[in-house]
Design a binder for this molecule. Structure first.
Ligand SMILES: Nc1ncnc2c1ncn2[C@@H]1O[C@H](COP(=O)(O)OP(=O)(O)OP(=O)(O)O)[C@@H](O)[C@H]1O
Length: 327
């Protein structure tokens, strides 16, 4: 994903792609609210052209971090660069390149959805013609065309979220900061969101997205940053660096006897039994290759396996190691 600053030529189309260094870089970030150290040493890099998941339990500092990145909260200490700019010292330049979507988007209910977006476009100094075309496009992108000229007060929570996403995109930013963007969205809208964020990243934008819907983040994120008690942490990867898998066999006794005889550590699977009545265990396996090895060896040993499936997505597994740190 490397490129050079002076790649531009006269013939090149106008850039959706930001210049190098335009991602997000945070070092040693601290922010306290009274005695509460909301951010207590955050280091983070979010690459251009990638979707980075911001993951952490309630109260771990995600929203505080996003507010600092959006230039809406002054940190106590540390260095922050968003799209190459300090969001506080170079506020206007940073904000011009940053799209911010809060977890709840408050609208002016007397304005229509279109007018809300046009108001933000004017604040970003887009010309009226450019703004009108862009707003029409964005309303279509977030599937609000039919409601575009109705008062924003008639929008449902999920529709307001989608309007908030369009608002974040109105000035074609290089960096997107999205706080729980999927909350309140119906399943179809969640899929649309995932596809849209993927496209925005593929166009060369930096996308940082916090969410508790880890299965979705798993599918869309290229990188993940974990926060726990205001610090960036590297979650436990499980014994041996593997992840947990549900392994079921026709006879759980035969399965556990074989695993024990071969020295493989297993633990009882608390998940409810399958309708077939087959039983199972939880194992740490080294990815798909580890699973393939296990299946091959079990077949060779005559143990009748029924299924071998990951216990959860990689992000969910990592998140669960942080859960005890919830505050
Ligand atoms: N304005 C504030 N005044 C006092 N304390 C605050 C304020 N904002 C956040 N905090 C505290 O800072 C910590 C981090 O809060 P933050 O909202 O950043 O967490 P979060 O990871 O976004 O949580 P959630 O997943 O629940 O949205 C919490 O302990 C919270 O109570």
């Amino acid at each position: 994903m490397s490129s050079t600053v002076d790649d531009d030529t006269a013939a090149a189309p106008p850039p959706p792609s930001p210049a190098p260094g335009d991602g997000i870089s945070v070092r040693g970030l601290h922010r306290a609210f009274g005695q509460v150290k909301a951010l207590d040493g955050v280091d983070l890099t979010a690459r251009t052209g990638a979707v980075t998941a911001l993951v952490g339990p309630n109260g771990s500092g995600k929203t505080t971090l996003l507010l600092v990145l959006a230039g809406l909260l002054v940190p106590d200490a540390g260095s922050v660069r968003v799209a190459g700019h300090d969001p506080i010292a170079q506020g206007p330049a940073a904000r011009a390149r940053t799209g911010w979507m809060p977890d709840t988007f408050g609208t002016w209910d007397s304005l229509t959805a279109r007018e809300v977006l046009l108001t933000f476009a004017a604040a970003y100094r887009l010309s009226e013609a450019v703004a009108r075309a862009r707003v029409t496009d964005l309303l279509a992108t977030v599937h609000l065309t039919e409601l575009a000229d109705r008062p924003a007060s008639v929008l449902s929570r999920g529709q307001k979220q989608r309007l908030g996403l369009a608002r974040a995109l109105v000035h074609d930013p290089a960096v997107l900061l999205l706080d729980e963007p999927a909350s309140g969205l119906d399943p179809r809208s969640r899929v649309d969101l995932r596809i849209l964020l993927r496209r925005l990243a593929d166009e060369g934008r930096t996308v940082l997205v916090s969410s508790h819907v880890l299965s979705e983040l798993d599918e869309m994120a290229d990188d993940a940053v974990f926060l726990s008690r205001g610090r960036t942490v590297v979650p436990d990867a499980g014994p041996g660096g593997g992840r947990s898998w549900h392994v079921r066999a026709l006879s759980v006794e035969a399965l556990t006897a074989w695993l024990t005889s071969t020295g493989v550590a297993w633990r009882p699977d608390e998940a409810p039994d399958t309708p077939t009545g087959s039983g199972g265990v939880l194992l740490e396996l080294d990815g798909d290759e580890g699973a393939a090895r296990l299946i091959r060896d079990a077949v060779t040993a005559g143990v009748a396996l029924v299924s071998v499936v990951p216990a959860a997505g990689a992000l969910e597994q990592a998140y669960l190691t942080l859960e005890e740190d919830r505050r």
